[in-house]
Design a protein around this ligand. Sequence first.
Ligand SMILES: Nc1ncnc2c1ncn2[C@@H]1O[C@H](COP(=O)(O)OP(=O)(O)OP(=O)(O)O)[C@@H](O)[C@H]1O
Length: 277
Amino acid sequence: MSHRAVLPEPDGQLPFPHPLGMSPPTPALPLKPGRHDAGTSVRVENLTVRRGRMEVLKDLSFSIPSGHITALLGPSGSGKTTLIRTLVGVQKFVGGSIEVLGRPAGDATLRGEIGYVTQAVSVYKDLSVLENVRYFGAMSGCSHADAVAAVAAVGLAEISRRKAGALSGGQFSRVSLACALVSKPKLLVLDEPTVGLDPVLRADLWAQFTAMAAAGTTLLISSHVMEEAGHADTLLLLRGGRLLAQLTPAQLRQRGGSENLELAFLRLIQADMAVAS
Ligand SMILES: Nc1ncnc2c1ncn2[C@@H]1O[C@H](COP(=O)(O)OP(=O)(O)OP(=O)(O)O)[C@@H](O)[C@H]1O
């Protein structure tokens, strides 16, 4: 279903959430060597999104390089989820253009190529880990072996027959990740995947994301945790619906004058506020 063919809800949301999955060229960023770089996966140009009466994204332009990890960071309410929803094609936009993997956001042909893990985990509690992953995999024509591999990739092989309802919070959210991974998406979009996870699990997940990027997957990951930004190749910093900067963690440390990414981001925000006032 094309983005334009779907009637939006009054606040601009599309009437169904489906797991879908774009720009002036981004200034050249010094990305880590050795990663795939087949070009650009997402191009966004002058994107404006309204929810209700509020303009929640204002004239954003950026691009996301293929085969790299891009972290989307910003204070609560800055528009991270809205941006993700727009990229995957479930949120209407009122201005600008978005191209995902060379097609308009929301294009039906993108369905099998984008994995989207929402903040609210959508997993069936009365199905086992493997059954959940097989169910979501079946929608994209994946085999049993694909499902087994996805369960193993998130470290749940040993408990693959356990009901999802009987898992810990961290295990539960990894089932959701396996459901998104099973179809081997080219673009994986994760909305705050590490919320509520302990530091060990968080580190495990980031190691998996890094391995996926090395294998050629493009990842867009939103997070509140600035510490995690250090694992990403590129950072998109949002504030109040505007793109404050797109830069590497090293560039953020340099611009913010601190090795501590949280402090460096805070200084960028303060500088932005000073300019605005
Ligand atoms: N359904 C909605 N209708 C109207 N406004 C909304 C709706 N959902 C979100 N908003 C508003 O849009 C803005 C951006 O919200 P969004 O959820 O994208 O931010 P966020 O950065 O993801 O926040 P958080 O980190 O807290 O999840 C906020 O001001 C929010 O109040």
